[in-house]
Design a protein around this ligand. Sequence first.
Ligand code: TYD
Length: 139
Amino acid sequence: MNQNIFKASSKIIEISQLGDERGYLSVVEENLSIPFEIKRVFYIYNTKKTVRRGFHAHYKTRQALIAVSGSCKVYLDDTKRKTDVTLDSPSKILILEPNDWHEMHDFSTNCVLLVLASHLYDPEDYIRDYKKFVEVYDS
Ligand code: TYD
């Protein structure tokens, strides 16, 4: 049994849209709106509508997902609760905890999905086998 797991509930948070006649600006700050230190940033774009990506969980990596342009859905499964959330605004952030198996899907053509992560890229931190995921987290 792996003792180094971090369990919490993923959730959607709303951040402010600071607007004036010039347009909008939204801010994310580590340990404030984002509940962790940000070690890595990546973004997913040019994804076809029929594509599903992800299909994994993590041991320790926490992430924050923001559709900074367009929209997409994220299927979440913590072994008990299975749900789909929609990211359709740059002010909506999915705080995605390591114990959620996740699949991103239904990307709009203009979707740019920005991901802020708590750890550097480490293939060892991925659980890509669903059976293994249930073994680790179904307790
Ligand atoms: P992959 O895990 O397949 O993406 P998704 O979870 O969206 O399906 O990642 C695609 C490729 O990018 C794969 O070769 C691993 C690589 N990659 C990195 O090198 N660093 C990273 O931070 C990430 C997220 C992926």
